[in-house]
Each structure stands twice: as C-alpha cells, then as structure tokens.
Design a protein around this ligand. Sequence first.
Ligand SMILES: [Zn+2]
Length: 758
Amino acid sequence: MNKSEYFSISFLKYMPGAFLNLLFLNMALIMRSLLLLCFSIFGYFSFAQNTTNVTPERCITGSVMDKFFKDHPLKKAAFDQRQIEFQKRYELVRRQHRGFPVQQRISTTITIPVVVHIVLSDPSIVTDDQVQSQIDVLNADYAGMNADSVKIPAAFKPVFGKGQLRFCLAQRTPQNNPTNGIIRLSSNTTSVPGEGDPVKHASQGGADVWDVTKYLNIWVCKMSNSTDLGYTFMPGLGIDPSELGFVNAYHAFGTTGTATAPFNKGRTATHEIGHYFNLQHIWGANSCDVSSCADSDNVDDTPNQDKCFFGIPAFPTTDACTTVSPGVMFMNFMDYTDDATMCLFTQGQADRMETALTSFPELIPLLSSDGCTPPALYSNDAEAQKAINPANNIIYCSGTFIPQLQIRNIASQPLNSVRLNVSIDNGAVTSSNINLSLPSLATTTLTGDAINITPGNHTIKMFTSLPNGVTDQRPENDTVSTIFSVIGTSAAPITEGFENNSFPPAGWGIGNNSDLVEYNPTRVANAAHSGTASLKFDNHNYQLFGKYALLSSPKINIPINADSVKITFWRAAAQATSNVADTLQILFSVDCGQTFISAYKKGGASLRTTETLTTSDYIPAANEWVADTADLTSYVAGKYDNLIVQFRNINGFGNNVYLDDINIKTITLPPVLKDKGYLLAPNPTAGNLILQHYPTASMLKGIAVYNSIGQLVWKDDYGKTPAMTSIHINLSNTAPGIYFVRLLYTNKVITEKILKIN
Ligand SMILES: [Zn+2]
C-alpha cells in the first residue's frame, strides 16, 4: 500500500479492541478507493514500462507479464480495466471487515484441487512425499497455521491474515478417472517462461494442462535460466487457458528431496499462488529494482515498500517509502526474501485472493470443482491406456506381430480376467481371453495372440471387454487407436525421391519414440533437391528434446558376395540458435530391427546446410541442399544378405531437417577383376571403355591406347594424381577396329587388345 493509506491503518492499529469510529472509517475507505482508482488508471499495472533485469530474481512473473503486454498491446487496456473493477469489488469486501456486511466474500473454507506435472529427465526424483510436503506448506501458509508465524514481529501481528483457501492433490482426472494428482513425465524439456512455455505443451516435450476451471496446475521442472524459481500469469489477462497455472523450479519445491536451501520451505509455490489469485509483489507492479513509493500492491494493510528484499534482512528495516519502525514487511510471502524469512500474508492479501476467486471468470469455476473428490469406482472397469506394441509406430520385416496393450484396473475390485480385442484397418476382430490378477487401480500390459500383417500403413484399434467375464461398466475408456507402418522387402539398389503422393513410400516405414504420432516425418512439397517433394523431420513445431523420429528403408536383399554397400542422399538443415542443434544419424540393422548399429552421425555445424540462424519454420532454398554419403561396406558387404537402413532425426530444440534423393546401392565386382586385379570392359566396346582395379589402382602410372598401325589415340598419366579405381577411357570418336591398351604399372606393363565396333 502507499504512504497515506498506511497512516490510516496505523491509526486503526493503535486503537486495538476499541470501538471504531465507523463514520470516520467509511470516509477513509472512500478516499482510499478514489486514490487507488487514480493509480490504476495511470498505469498502476504498468509492467510494460519496467524491463530492467535484476539478479537474482526469484520470481519472474513481472517480466513474463511485461512480455505478454508487449506481444498483445490491446490486452493491456482490458487487463487494466478488469483490475479497476476488481479493486472496487475488493474494497467492498475489505469493508466487511470493518463491520459493513456484503455478500461477496468467501465465508467458508475453499479447497482448490491441484495437479502437479513433474517434467524432468528422471521425474521420480521428486517423490510423492516431496509433493505432499508442498501441499502441507500451502495449507499451513494460507490458513496462517505455519509454525514460523511466531516470528511475525509484534507490530505486524494485528494484520496477520488467516485465509480460507486450502489445497488438495487432485483425486480425479478430467476424464473422471482416479488419480493421486501427480503426473510424472520423463523429458529433457525445460521451462522457457512466457506464452508457449514448452513445459506446458506435449508437442514441446512438456505436459499438457488439465482443465483450468477444475484444477490449479503446477509444473515442477528445470528452468531454462537456472536462477529463476518460478512464474505465473495473473488473472484477467485473456490468455489461452493452456498457459494458466504456474511453473515451479524443482529445486525450490516442497521441503524435502530435491528442495535446496535457501528455497526449501515451499515458499515459491506459496508466492506464485499469491499471483495466481491476483496478488502483486508487496512493493507493487514495478520490477523490484525500480524506485517508486507511488507503486503499490493495492493492499491496504501492507506497509508501503520501495523495492524488493533478498536474503535475511534484520528487523526492523526501513526504506525510502516507510521511513520509521516497524518499517517494511520483508517477511511477507510476496517479497523476495529467503524461504525461512517469509512467514505471512496479511488479512488484506488473504481477502484479495479470496475476492479474486469470486471475481475472475477463469477462477470462479474452481469454487465448484469436484477435483478433490475421488470418482465413485465401478465393480468392473478396465481402462485401455496406450499401445505398447506396435512400438514407435513401426514394425520391421515380420509377417506377424504380437499386440500389447497397457491397461489399468479402475474398478473397486481385482481384475481376474479380461478380453483383449484387436482390429487392423477396421477389419475382423482378433480376441484373446487373458487371465490375470490385477488389484484395484493397478496397471499391467496385456499380450494378445500373434496377428498376420502385411507391409504398408495400417490403423490398429485395441480394446478391452468382459472384465471378470461381465460387461464393462464404462465402455468409453476401453479403446486405444493408433497408426503404424510395416516395412516391406526390396532388392538393391533402391532409390527414393519422395515424388509419389503416397507416404511413406511403398515398402518404407516411419515412426518416432515419443507418444505423439504427429511427430513422425512427413512428405512436403515446398522443398526438394530434385523434383517437387522431399522428406521433412519437423523439429520446429515439435521440440521434443532428445526424442527421435525415423525413416526406415525396406528390408533390402543384398548379394552375399557384394563388395560394397553405400548410401548417398541429399540433406538440408538449419539451426534456430547457435547453441542448440539437432542430430541426423544413419543406423542399420541386419536382424530385422531388433538391434541397430550407427554408421553415420552429424549434428550442429556439420549437419546444417545454411549458416543463417532461423527461428521460423525452416524451408531450404535450392542452394541449401548438400550431397552426403554413408558407407556401410565394412559392416555389411560380404557378411549379410539383408539390411534395414534407418535415418534417425534426434530432436535438439533446433529446426527442421530435410532428406531427398536417397540411393542405397551395392556393388558386386566381377570375379575376373578380383582374380587379375584389373578389368577392362566391355570388350567389344562402342567407345565407352571402363578400366577397374581391385583393390586399388595405386601402382598404375599411365595408360596409352594405340590403333592397329601404332598411332597413339588416347592417353593419361598418374605421376602426380593417383589413379582412381575406376577410369573412363573414351574411344567414341575413333574409327571401328582393333586397338591396343597399354597399362603402365610401377612393376610391369600389360597390353590388352580391344575391338571397337560401330
Ligand atoms: Zn512474484
């Protein structure tokens, strides 16, 4: 609050228990309202004007709001207007505490259902106990029951707020399935604060929001800037609901486990939920380093405060806005001090949060959420959760496959038998009756009977029925459907330029190891090395850090006596920023996809084909295609007669990778070449004569071709440049007849007779 307000509160404070002069108070409140309205109109909520960075900043809600208003200038005015209307309503509520009853205040305890999305490479490091420790802190802090409230200075005790908000871990999912309110997602995705934060979106490797009208969403994760502890969006922004909730750094969450001092008392969440329910920082809406006594938190019982405080200040501390003891309230949850220093909300803040809950359209529905109540369990209810096989949407060279489905027994009693039904391409249903012993709420994987499949693209539907031999009481959660491809067989060489509309090309397969089938590579017609189309790995729209998408060749029959196996292809790739990069890997399998061996791996500077950093959806220009080769000869040639080649795009938060004109070829040399060490062919020749050597032509120093009367017609020498293993001798402009080809080696001379025809 600002200075003049504080004087009137001080006046109240020094009449404890006394009969209040109601008329005087009423006038004082009206004056305060007018004052606050003035400040609101003249940019009280002007985050946008204060962008100076401060370090460390334990909450970056301010700069996130700043950025939002910069990106959506029209929403700023609407936000300010909502805040002005809110302030009027809030002050009516505050009046109730002075004996003027109104109907707009929460009069009973309200419990907010919370879902905690733990998004970490190893999310198990944040245990259920750690999550519960955070819920316990919230319930103590919001009730004013926190043990460290004994540290509240005597001068501030009269305004200590004991509010009505409580928190529970969600007991039912948005689909009305039972849950413990804790979601764990293994992902390397970190929070990038602001709109479109990857940690809040499955397409970016995060966890999608749960219905914000029923739940308060918390994402516990690593921050892209490790000194940040958390942020939220305040109400009234008109922001997409998928962005609502707050992000909490995993090392500043709860009181145990990964929580690390001095942020291990759970106060980051206490603070961020304050913002979620429309509290400003205690010094106001400005950045914490902006000096202003006019900048207020619009709460009448907090002392006017200039800037934020860090660490463990000594009490009393005064500043430019509150110059006399007891000074500023640096121990308030909405300051920046250490967790162990913070210990209170004021009554004005508690009223403000509760009024927000009854005022903002996006918050009001929380009042009637059933998220804290477990759903009634049925006696027989098996839930299909996800397909385990086909894995990664692809099956390698098999005429059959074994379907596997992950299920959960949502019923109140054990599941002793269930039927697994599988239909490929909406065809006949294959059913397997499975006996098991699955306790209530437990999860398992069902394995069905082998099913015949053909190469190509397929849909698969797997569904459960007859749990414990009776009708499933909730059929709507019984089915999982997805797509997959089965690779075919082809003889070498195979070429693919992605010109045909059907994709993946006949015999080829696509897939990925995230849970998003949309992340599979696609055929695009807006970029090509040759023709009009190419293959795109989309790392721009799907930033699934560490996850890969793949293109698989058919199983290739290669001659067992092949002398070389090579892959040539064209690639195009860009980086979004210099410090993040995707990877292209080429792997092969000779055991039908059970194991893969890497034969090629490029990333960053060695993968990109343009030096221009591109943050938009990259489309290569014609001159941004680069030819490349992967040589499998040493791994495969002469050893195996079948081969699967996989192009694997590993997501690194970069940009798109394109492939075109793939050619997988084998070469089997003529036996005579291997016997003699060289071969001149064809003979007779029409003019295009090829001289090959095996294994090398390193001893060859020169070639001279003479006609039948001894005239030299063609020559080359290799004194300086070593000869290639394959040399083209062009006799197309010579007359038909007999020719003599002299091959000069370091240790011998060989002459071959050739017949030129035509
Ligand atoms: Zn904050």
